[in-house]
Write a protein that binds this ligand. Sequence first.
Ligand SMILES: Cc1ncc(COP(=O)(O)O)c(C=O)c1O
Length: 424
Amino acid sequence: MLDSVLEKNRSYLQNTDSEVYDALIGEEKRQKNGIELIPSENFAFPEVLALLGSAFTNKYSEGYPGRRYYGGQQFTDLIEELARERAKKIFRAEHANVQPLSGSPMNQAIYHAYLKPGDTVLGMELSHGGHLTHGAPVSHMGKIYNFIRYKTVIKKGGIIDWDEVEDLAYKHKPKILLCGHSSYPKDLNYKKFKEIADKIGALTMADVSHIGGWIATNHLNNPLDADFDFMTTTTHKSMRGPRGGLILSKKEHSKKIDSSIFPGLQGGPHMNQVAATAVTMKKIATDEFKNYAFDVLNNAKKLAKELLNEGFDLVTGGTENHLIVINTVNSVGLDGKIAEQMLDDFGITTNKQVVPDDPNPPLRPSGIRIGTPAVTTRGMGEKDMEKIAKWISVILKGKENFRSLSDLNNEIENFSKEFNLPGI
Ligand SMILES: Cc1ncc(COP(=O)(O)O)c(C=O)c1O
């Protein structure tokens, strides 16, 4: 019966708009036949996909449970409460806001709540691992607020330069000390950030968008255990949830955060996404997800080891989380744009990536970024990481000349097709 509803919806789409329908089928095939190594991507839980295309899509729910600007909220109130309570429990947070439409608005909501234009934030330099929303000059946030940046020490295996963080903190007296990253392959010492922030009276914020799932399972450190004021995370990467954001904070910040999201920054929350977040919080609390998180991290270590054996230069020399940054210029004399394209041609999807203090521009950077969440979701394990490392090596070193290109293409496609694609 359920199958027939889904089938019916699909056949409406096919009849109404064959161009969009064909693109959907093409994308499904691409995902099924290829190896997805972009570290911020994953395959959403089937339950999440069911809710995203559900009746909750139709509902307007401006406000918060019990305080909405529209009627008919008996079920939306219920799911938002469930999402908030489950998120609080799993992350050991005093307060949760589950309405941010995605990662960018979730970070903006905190800045707008606690900063005035021109106020200072101390965050991680983009090329060393920080994110666009941590004040990159091209972002609106970078124009409104004064972002100062700390770096890592490349010679010491990419550890955070604590002396620099402390010096910059004393010099610039930031209102917020920000940590978190999108291309830094290490766990963070949140206690150390908190100690420095306390010395200058700064608020502490960790954007754990890439690693929220591994924090939920206690495989990586939780900033809230170090008494951070705010932790933000997207829900669609490591957690296999809907595209969206979560703000977790101390109770004392709850009013300011909630009103900064609504009515400050957003209108109606996407209740299909909030419902999917509720079920995601239930799924990531299971032993099954805990084992999955372990496998992701294990696969990343194995992939890094195999790439090192193949002679690749990895930023920080390896990984402590799910992601790996390869300096392709140092390794094989190719910039990240070319390396990304070459791998794409064989169905291996990665993304170009700046490396610390990259002399090259962001669209032609010196590396690529890869990660293991999506391949692990499909059931790949250590032996498969060996194969993937070999393929990356063969393709980027140009050794595919040894056999026909189509042989290698077929080998990768046949390998990928063997693995389940959840929900699709
Ligand atoms: C650390 C970090 N913060 C924020 C974001 C922004 O999330 P979104 O793309 O959902 O706006 C990302 C996304 O890549 C991220 O890696």
